[in-house]
Design a protein around this ligand. Sequence first.
Ligand code: AMP
Length: 410
Amino acid sequence: MIKAITGTKDILPSEIQNWYNLEDIVKNIMNSFNYKEIRTPIFEETRLFSRGIGEATDIVSKEMYTFIDRSETSVTLKPEMTASVVRALLEHSLDKQFQLNKLFYISPMFRQERPQAGRFRQFHQFGAEALGSTSPALDAEMIILAYQILKKLGLSNFVVKINSLGIPSSRENYKNLLKEFLADEVKNLSEESQKRYETNILRLFDSKDERDQKIMENAPLLIEHLDDESLEHFDEVKQMLLAAGIPFEVDPKLVRGLDYYTHTTFELVSGSVGSQSALCGGGRYDLLVNQLGERDVPGIGFAAGIERILLAMENEKVITEIKPQIDFYIVRLEKELNKKVFEIATKLRENNSVEFDYTQRSVKAQMREANRLGAKKVLMIGGEEYERGTAVLKNMDDGSQEEILLSEIK
Ligand code: AMP
């Protein structure tokens, strides 16, 4: 039997209502912060991501679904959304039409990761990007936006972690300092970290290897080496979060994997989902747009993993049980009335959800089906009522019945 590809998942009808509910909340809250939805293609030219995300990142170096299509173009299934949003912004000159573009998305993403709980190869993210302003108010707004969505979904067991990566010049100075600090220890680092020492040294803070962690324990921290401008920006963000009553922790080791971040980075981390605990991550990227299109448009955004959020909701028992419900079930009393039932169902379906039996089942079996589907009302077609041009309408809430004219059904 052919099965779904490892790391991909079917979303079954029994789960779909949870997705709808989550998407509704995302859309409503995005709207209240005045973010507009953007939908971009599932695949893009590979160089968009290699340039936009950075060759040294995990995503680009080992996780992308890349293939050469029939016209010899290298294309990639999108592993994240920021690069695509920036491409669309530049391609359609949105930055010239509006000084500030506030955009959101809900979309599948693709990364060839080792599948485990909370980590898939096709997964879904919602997220937001605000392009066109360096104001720390937008950094705070992004964090509050993500926080409010998780809260509205009913989650409570999560923390907001924030950090600042500063402006590139102070980060470059700091990277040199870190290199110096580690110079004698490089040989003792794990193989992966030895590579990262050369290519993406900040990621050493992310290592799960105990030896690496021990070595990194005493490493100098970027936050202690930031310039005044970066510190001031970070301070304003913190002040605004405090004023909004959003609880947060400063985590100086929160470096995030991507090259393009500047200033604020943040994560919302769950205590309810095991090791893959980041529900949401984001940060400011004031240099990315220039890297992709040589226009100076500062930006900030976040992305949140829907499967992980649903898992956290399940574990925190905030997913409400969804009972099936339908407006009408039509019971056919005599087989000869199939066509009539079909006609009535079609009419009723203009304004109601309606189901009937397609398999010639007994009246008893049809009633059972009506109950299983959660029918609010059952319409019985047949018998002497039918001869009289009427039908019995049963209200399933209280069991009461009334006789109605067939000609008045709509
Ligand atoms: P990132 O784009 O890597 O910052 O990820 C943002 C969020 O997307 C994470 O916090 C996760 O919730 C989710 N996410 C990232 N990768 C995966 C994956 N492979 N499977 C499921 N969710 C993921």
